[in-house]
Write a protein that binds this ligand. Structure first.
Ligand code: OGA
Ligand code: NI
Length: 357
C-alpha cells in the first residue's frame, strides 16, 4: 500500500485556478452522484450545541459540572459543538485566518513552491486520496505538521505573508492548550481520570496538524461538494470557520444540518480515535462542506491526534461484560492510511475496523 502513496495518480489541477478561469460549468471530475449532492435537507432549524467554556474549570462545582454535562451530551448526540469563551484571542484567530486568505490569494507560482505529495501530504494540495479517476472535491488546502516538534518544519510553511510562520506558531500553541483543556473535560465526563485521554494521546507528545482549507467560488455548487462526507480520522478537531459564510454540514438522523458559525467560536468535533478510546460513548460524526457561487471560504482545521505509533484502544474502565471492547488496538499511523489512500468516504472506516479489526 505504501508504494501507491509516492505521487499523485494524475496531473494536479488547482481548483482555485479553475474557479478563476471563469468557466460556467464544472468539469465532470467534480460532479458528484445525485445522492451525494447538496439538497435542501436543512428544514429543521436545529443547530449543533453551543458550549460556553467560561466555567469549565470554575471553582463553583455546579457551574463546572453543568459545563461538563453539556460537553458530554454534545459529544454523545452530535459529535460536535461550538465552543465560546474558549480563552483564545479573537484578534489572533482573525489575523491567522486572514494571513491564510492572503496566502491563497497570492500568485499560483508562489503557492506551487509548496506543492505537496501523498507521501506526507505536507504543503499545498488539491486532493485527498490517490485513486486514479476519483471524483474530486471543490477545494485546495495547505497541510502542515505542528507537533511532534521533530516533524515541525517551518521552512515548509509559507514564507509570505511575512507574518505567516509566526502566526502559525502562536496560533498552534494556543489551540494545543485549548485541546488539553477539552481532553481533560472529556476524560472527566467519561468517568475517567482527568489525564486519561491526554496520556492516551501520548502525554506531552501528542500529534498536531493544521489543514487550511480554501473553497473557491463554484459556478455549479449544486452538483459538487467542497469536501466530501467523512469523519475526522484523528483525535479531536478544532475548526476555525470563515466569519461570514457557512459551508460545514453535520449529519444528524440522516439529515445534513448546516452549521451557523457563532462569531469567534471554535467548532469542536470528536474524531475516530476518541470514538475508539471512549468505546463509542462519544461519536465521531460525518460531516461535509458545501460550496457556493458568491464567496470563497477559508477554514482552519487543527487536528489533535494521538502520537502516531501508540496503540489506540478503548479505555479499560469503559469495557465491561455488558459493553465489550468494540475495537481492537491499532496505531494512528496505520489507521490514517485508509483516508490517505481512498480519500474521504463517510464513516466507513471506523465502522469497518469495529467489526473486522
Ligand atoms: C476538515 C473539515 C470543515 C470545513 O478539514 O476535516 O471537516 O468547514 N473541514 O472546512
Ligand atoms: Ni473534517
Amino acid at each position: 500500500m505504501m508504494n501507491c502513496l509516492q505521487s499523485w495518480p494524475e496531473p494536479v489541477v488547482r481548483v482555485q485556478s479553475l474557479s478563476e478561469s471563469g468557466i460556467r460549468a464544472i468539469p465532470d471530475r467534480y460532479i458528484k452522484p445525485p445522492s451525494d449532492r447538496p439538497g435542501f435537507e436543512n428544514q429543521e432549524h436545529v443547530d449543533i450545541p453551543v458550549v460556553d467554556l467560561k466555567n469549565l474549570f470554575s471553582h463553583d462545582r455546579t457551574l463546572h459540572e453543568e459545563t461538563l454535562k453539556l460537553i458530554s451530551s454534545a459529544c454523545k448526540e452530535w459529535g460536535f459543538f461550538q465552543a465560546v469563551n474558549h480563552g483564545i484571542s479573537h484578534e489572533l484567530m482573525k489575523r491567522t485566518r486572514e494571513v491564510w486568505r492572503e496566502f491563497f490569494n497570492s500568485p499560483l507560482e508562489v503557492k506551487q513552491e509548496y506543492a505537496n505529495a501523498p507521501t506526507t501530504y505536507e504543503g499545498y494540495g488539491s486532493r485527498l486520496g490517490v485513486q486514479k479517476g476519483a471524483i474530486l472535491d471543490w477545494s485546495d488546502y495547505f497541510f502542515l505538521h505542528y507537533l511532534p516538534v521533530h516533524l515541525r518544519n517551518p521552512s515548509k510553511w509559507p514564507s509570505l505573508p511575512s507574518s505567516c510562520r509566526d502566526l502559525i506558531s502562536e496560533y498552534g500553541a494556543e489551540v494545543v492548550k485549548l485541546c488539553g483543556r477539552l481532553l481533560k473535560a472529556m476524560s472527566i465526563s467519561l468517568g475517567l481520570k482527568e489525564d486519561h485521554l491526554q496520556n492516551a494521546f501520548g502525554g506531552e507528545d501528542i500529534g498536531a496538524c493544521l489543514r487550511v482549507n480554501f473553497y473557491p467560488k463554484c459556478p455549479q455548487p449544486d452538483l459538487t461538494l467542497g469536501l466530501s462526507s467523512h469523519s475526522d480520522p484523528g483525535g479531536m478537531t478544532l475548526l476555525l470557520p470563515d466569519h461570514d459564510i457557512a459551508g460545514l454540514q453535520v449529519r444528524k438522523n440522516g439529515n445534513w444540518i448546516t452549521v451557523k458559525p457563532v462569531p469567534n467560536a471554535f467548532i469542536v468535533n470528536v474524531g475516530d480515535q476518541i470514538q475508539v478510546m471512549s468505546n463509542a460513548i462519544y461519536k465521531s460524526v460525518e460531516h461535509r462542506v458545501i460550496v457556493n457561487s458568491v464567496k470563497d471560504r477559508v477554514s482552519l482545521a487543527f487536528f489533535c491526534n494521538p502520537k502516531s505509533d501508540l496503540l489506540i484502544e478503548p479505555a479499560k474502565e469503559l469495557v465491561s461484560e455488558d459493553r465489550p471492547a468494540l475495537y481492537s488496538p491499532m496505531t494512528f499511523d496505520e489507521y490514517r492510511l485508509y483516508i490517505r489512500t481512498y480519500g474521504p468516504r463517510g464513516k466507513t472506516q471506523v465502522e469497518f475496523s469495529g467489526s473486522n479489526r
